[in-house]
Write a protein that binds this ligand. Structure first.
Ligand SMILES: Cc1ncc(COP(=O)(O)O)c(C=O)c1O
Length: 381
């Protein structure tokens, strides 16, 4: 970074840029919303159907099913895969709460394994030791926008005849070394909540799969067990509204450009923060990291976070209290940590997320870098 000398003395840097993004494509978004309003088809209408086709095409997969959240996408996937009370599902301890919550909602036992200290994603070398006769599946999470090692996860799953559901709530548009999302799993579950890389103005989610059986079951489950008007079996109400589908259809056209912009800011942060005491995010060679979050780590996290807020920078933490460290865990639900999760606990204790969204300005990124460097000189070492 060459311009730190010109950074302003004080600047307010927001963590999110929702309105900035809206203003950058306002005409397209407004038209899409108005078209749905005029259509009078607001639920399970043609806009949803069109968006599902576009999303399936984008992933290069046969079926995409719009749902009302990423959490629902996960537990509906588990139900479609036939999860039974007490079945064990292996996942990472280093994830947003909803990954484990979805296992519990579906009646499963959440089995937490540790994360890889380099990527903070599930550590495949820790998975086999957690497999028992009750294990039915694995849920890798592509945390912060970097894919988990799906080749290793899928090889273990094949060996032990387990299903794999990818939680890609944070990683749309990312890929791994020689694999695309969905290629090495039974289904992908994604979230469209506002702050995600592909986010609507509210809640939303989707399940994407090549498996006909999963697609049909989830379509039925999301709509009161119904694929045909007035004909029902047991199900729920978890549909993506057409208004959100219309918004997402517009935004999907911009996603790769927005991911590239996130990558540009990440590169600038990494160059600017090289040589500080912070542990910086890494991109494994061959992978495309889409930087849903740019997370640095320091043992003096509270000090860095306070310093940045005093300087007008809205840093956040993802996630400062690990799932198993939340009060009341596991709330009477089935859960186990067979071999400890020290890396996940370290990440929870040390993580600080710097502002990261495509519509950041160079001035804001450089100001943030300058302030982190200033903190590091005073307190980092
Ligand atoms: C990793 C992960 N899994 C699942 C979810 C749940 O998605 P939603 O908020 O749409 O239910 C989120 C985000 O919120 C997430 O970050």
């Amino acid at each position: 970074m060459s311009t730190t000398a010109q950074v302003p003395a004080k600047l307010k840097v927001p963590f999110y840029g929702h309105a900035r993004q809206y203003h950058s494509i306002k005409r397209e978004i407004d038209e899409a919303i108005l078209a749905v309003l005029e259509s009078e088809a607001y639920v399970m209408g043609p806009t949803l159907e069109r968006f599902e086709k576009e999303l399936g095409h984008y992933f290069g997969m046969k079926h995409a099913i719009g749902l009302n959240s990423g959490t629902d996408a996960l537990w509906l996937a588990f139900m479609a895969l036939g999860i039974k009370e007490g079945d064990e599902v292996i996942t990472t301890a280093n994830t947003f709460f909803a990954t484990a919550e979805a296992i519990w909602i579906a009646g499963g036992k959440a089995v937490f394994v540790d994360s890889d200290p380099k990527t903070n994603n599930i550590d495949p070398s820790k998975i086999e030791a957690a497999i028992t006769s009750k294990t039915v599946g694995i849920v890798p999470v592509h945390l912060y926008g970097h894919c988990a090692d799906m080749k290793a996860v899928s090889a273990i799953a094949k060996k032990h005849k387990l299903w794999v559901v990818e939680d890609n709530a944070q990683s749309i548009d990312a890929y791994g070394d020689g694999f695309k999302q969905g290629e090495l799993s039974d289904a992908i579950c994604t979230s469209f909540i506002i702050q995600k890389n592909l986010g609507t103005f509210g809640d939303g989610g989707a399940l994407v799969t090549n498996r006909e059986d999963i697609a049909t079951t989830v379509k039925r489950l999301r709509n009161h067990g119904s694929l045909k008007r007035s004909v029902h079996s047991f199900g729920f109400n978890s549909r993506l509204d057409d208004i959100h589908a219309g918004i997402l259809s517009v935004k999907l056209k911009h996603i790769t450009k927005w991911s590239d912009q996130r990558r540009k800011w990440a590169k600038r942060y990494t160059e600017g923060l090289k040589g500080t005491s912070l542990k910086l995010p890494i991109e494994v060679p061959g992978y495309r990291h889409v930087y849903h979050l740019y997370v640095v780590e320091t043992a003096k996290r509270a000090s860095l976070d306070e310093f940045l807020h005093n300087e007008g920078i809205d840093s956040k933490m993802h996630y400062p209290i690990a799932i198993h460290q939340q009060e009341g865990y596991p709330w009477g639900k089935l859960a186990s940590i067979p071999h400890g999760v020290p890396q996940a606990e370290r990440n929870a204790a040390q993580c600080v997320s710097l502002p990261m969204f495509p519509e950041l300005t160079e001035e804001e990124v450089d100001y943030t870098i300058a302030k982190v460097v200033e903190w590091d000189k005073k307190h980092g070492k």
